[in-house]
Design a protein around this ligand. Structure first.
Ligand code: T5A
Length: 211
């Protein structure tokens, strides 16, 4: 838990499940708490983080080692925490972040096969005790997510991975939800948007983010 008066909410899931689509809705729910909401994303959220994002996602860095990828995700995160997330929480705001460390467990851990103890060491170093108050995992079959993402844009360096990579990513997300049910919730994102948003409202109430 973040331990701040504002809430730290993160949004996760494989490609194309609807994170961007649902951000505005979640933001509007968070604003009902009376506190402003700082909306941000990872990798990114700062000038350095956005530069790292570009390097991570562009095709000119095909063949990047998994460890380099992992360390760049945490370099971007360290900057993001220091410059955006912690100042916003310290000022009493809610923070809504499109992806955070659960993505690292899912993609670099599940997808790339990096041992989760290595990820946990970096998590503890960079974040100390800070964990999101609630992580909402939008879950849908890999084919559904990829088909939706493909309609939107051409695949980036990570999106061009094969289905088995995304099956491992999805599986790791679901394992995280089983492991941390008090702070990680799964929403079925394969259904119509209205039904997805009903579930989001429900989990935010269930986890005490909204009354
Ligand atoms: N990454 C990130 C790591 O590997 N490790 C890390 O630690 C971190 C932080 C970032 C990449 O970096 C990786 C993961 C990613 O590969 P990103 O842009 O944050 O990339 O993530 P993407 O998943 O690529 O984002 P997308 O924009 O592709 O997916 P979204 O945001 O989940 O999907 P969205 O909202 O754009 O929707 C896609 C399409 O589906 C439609 C929308 O209208 C849109 O057209 N849609 C629906 N259609 C029908 N029914 C619904 N319920 C729908 N919901 C949305």
């Amino acid at each position: 838990m973040s331990g701040y008066t504002g809430k730290f909410i993160t949004l996760e899931g494989i490609e194309g499940v609807g994170k961007t689509t649902n951000r505005e809705y979640i933001r509007s729910l968070l604003e009902q708490t009376g506190k402003p909401c700082v909306e941000t994303r990872e990798p990114g959220g700062t000038p350095l983080g956005e530069a790292l994002r570009e390097m991570l996602l562009q095709h000119s860095h095909e063949g990047m080692s998994s460890d380099a990828e992992l360390l760049m995700m945490f370099a971007a995160r360290a900057e993001h925490l220091n410059k955006v997330i912690l100042p916003a929480l310290e000022a009493g705001n809610n923070v809504l972040c499109d992806r955070f460390t659960e993505a690292t467990y899912a993609y670099q851990g599940g997808g790339r096969g990096i041992n989760d103890k290595k990820i946990a060491e970096l998590e503890n170093w960079v974040q100390g005790d800070l964990r999101p108050d609630l992580t909402i995992i939008l879950d849908a079959p890999v084919e559904t997510g990829r088909e939706r993402a493909g309609r939107r844009s051409a695949p980036d360096r990570i999106e061009k991975e094969q289905n088995d990579f995304f099956e491992r990513v999805r599986h790791t997300y679901l394992e995280l939800a089983n492991h941390y049910p008090h702070r990680v919730a799964v929403v079925d994102a394969s259904v119509a948007l209205e039904k997805v948003q009903d579930q989001i409202l429900h989990v935010m109430k269930q986890h005490g983010i909204l009354d």
